[in-house]
Design a protein around this ligand. Structure first.
Ligand code: FAD
Ligand code: NAD
Length: 465
């Protein structure tokens, strides 16, 4: 059995692990990263990137379908579009390949050693990796657990056959004619909307009484409306009960307590993700847990000295940019720099139609936290750029402390608002006041002017509404 000794060992090369390893390498730390699958983790291979690629394909296809139906208000018409689905999948896979190769190159440039195989703890300083060429022992002064998450399986709807997870949905050979989606959260809505635009008859079954329960109803309203326009049926307060015996449908208990059958060629189960800790050998350690997740402090330290945990394995919010920020911070801590988690917000985006962005506190969250607030909301119906994009649905909403005007949160729903998340996050992180946002010249015509106008509205003197 061969042995490697290093200063830092990172287990998992998803956004948390690879960023941690690259930053550590840049800081001159002798670093090894172990990965049992492809570099880039869930995000690059089966998550953020491939899903957004397919969402883009679906948007383009739907626009072309619209043009073919003569429904473009500006007079564009075209013949009926045809989609070569395998070609779309190949394009998506090409993007994934470019990015994962990029991660490999960045790790190499930072002089990080990559070991391919599954890691298992022997003790708090030693890990054994099953590699293709046999077992490899790695001893490290510091170990970072970045093993991420995997789709939750429902016991009465196990994955296999027609029952698929997001990973399966992103690797389908063709668009299913009928798709039942269990779970109206992030993945269910992003992928459900995309498949509806690609021509599937989509039914979404959500246990709560509204879609995307993480966001407030004002933000999700335009998404619910659009799902209706796309012909997506949404069953709220409904519980999936299992597949029908013929394998061609889903049994559902409706809010009214009735049994209902939903005909489906595929059943996509998206009811959350669970941390990957199963065969990591955590029983060899004495780690405090937070339910199923590894408990960490504000430096991402676990209850064992020299062991850190980052990313999805540490719990919500399970977002790639949170994992990356934790990874970068931990690398600096290992290098001896004085760092701790001091972020004011972790922006979240749902890539639905229209998109939703939330940074910081919503009006209700701010109130619940004891703040007196001022709220300003600016509709895209009054924004020139939104009109020129033929996308006037949605708004920007800003929440500030009544007393000081310090911005506590910014939310938006609308076409392409994901790109506004940087401005929202920056304002909150910099401790901006309403006057700072209102006093910044926002280029015209842009959706970003909605941000400035929302701040002006909260100050009581919006110009364009
Ligand atoms: P992961 O990316 O899960 O990486 C963990 C890595 O560890 C994996 O590569 C795994 O193979 C490896 N590993 C596990 N155990 C071992 C072991 N014992 N030995 C060696 N290696 C091991 N987030 C966003 O912010 N924006 C989005 O738009 C977005 N879209 C998503 C869409 C979908 C369909 C899905 C499924 C997720 C999406 N996410 C999105 C969530 C995002 O993918 C995760 O938050 C992110 O990947 C977490 O990063 P991580 O490094 O913690 O874990
Ligand atoms: P989720 O937590 O977003 O949504 C799960 C939904 O399933 C919830 O609305 C829940 O009420 C519902 N549900 C749970 N059990 C159910 C049942 N038995 N029947 C019907 N509905 C049920 O989970 P997800 O969509 O699987 O996504 C997992 C995670 O991945 C997210 O929490 C997020 O962190 C991450 N993600 C992020 C993005 C993004 O940032 N754009 C995109 C996709 C995924």
């Amino acid at each position: 059995m061969t042995e490697i000794t290093c200063k830092l060992l990172v287990i998992g090369a998803g956004p948390g692990g690879y960023v941690c390893a690259i930053r550590a390498g840049q800081l001159g730390i002798d670093t090894v990263v172990v990965e049992s699958g492809p570099l880039g983790g869930s995000c690059l291979n089966v998550g953020c990137i491939p899903s957004k690629a397919m969402i883009h394909v679906a948007e383009e296809f739907e626009r072309a379908t619209h043009a073919a139906a003569g429904r473009m208000p500006f007079g564009l018409t075209a013949g009926p579009p045809a989609l070569d689905f395998p070609k779309a999948v190949e394009w998506k896979d090409g993007i994934v390949g470019r990015l994962t190769n990029g991660v490999a190159a960045l790790l190499r440039r930072a002089k990080v050693k990559i070991v391919h195989g599954r890691a298992r703890f022997r003790d708090g300083r030693t890990v054994e990796v099953e590699t293709e060429t046999g077992p490899q022992v790695i001893r490290a002064e510091t170990i970072v657990i970045a093993t991420g998450s995997a789709p939750v399986e429902l016991p009465f709807l196990p994955f296999g056959g027609s029952v698929i997870s997001s990973t399966g949905a992103l690797a389908l050979p063709a668009v299913p004619a009928r798709l039942a989606v269990v779970g109206g959260g992030y993945i269910g809505l992003e992928l459900g909307t995309a498949f509806a635009k690609l021509g599937a008859k989509v039914t979404i079954v959500e246990a709560q009484d509204r879609i995307l329960p993480l966001y407030d109803a004002e933000l999700t309203g335009p998404v619910a409306k659009r799902l209706g326009e796309l012909g997506v049926e949404v069953l709220l307060g409904a519980k999936a009960r299992g597949a029908t015996p013929d394998g061609q449908g889903l049994r559902v208990e409706t809010r009214e307590g009735e049994d209902r059958r939903i005909d489906a060629d595929r059943i996509l189960v998206t009811v959350g993700r669970a941390p990957v800790t199963g065969d990591l050998g955590l029983d060899e350690l004495v780690l405090d847990m937070n339910g199923r997740y590894i408990r960490v402090g504000d430096r991402c330290e676990t209850s064992m000295r020299g062991i850190y945990a980052i990313g999805d394995v540490t719990g919500e919010p399970m977002l790639a940019h949170r994992a990356m920020a934790q990874g970068e911070m931990v690398a600096e801590i290992v290098a001896g720099r004085p760092r701790a988690w001091d972020k004011s917000c972790i922006p979240a985006i749902c890539f639905t139609d229209p998109e939703i962005v939330s940074a910081g506190l919503s009006p209700d969250e701010a109130k619940a936290a004891g703040f007196e607030t001022k709220v300003g909301k600016f509709p895209f119906t009054a924004n020139g750029r939104a009109m020129t994009l033929d996308s006037e649905e949605g708004f920007v909403r800003i929440v500030a402390r009544a007393e000081t005007g310090i911005v506590l949160g910014v939310q938006a729903v609308g076409r392409n608002v994901s790109e506004l998340s940087a401005a929202f996050g920056l304002a909150i992180e910099m401790g901006a006041h309403l006057e700072d946002v209102a006093g910044t010249i926002h280029a015209h015509p842009t959706l970003g002017e909605g941000f400035q106008e929302a701040a002006l509205k909260a100050l009581g003197h919006a110009i364009h509404v």
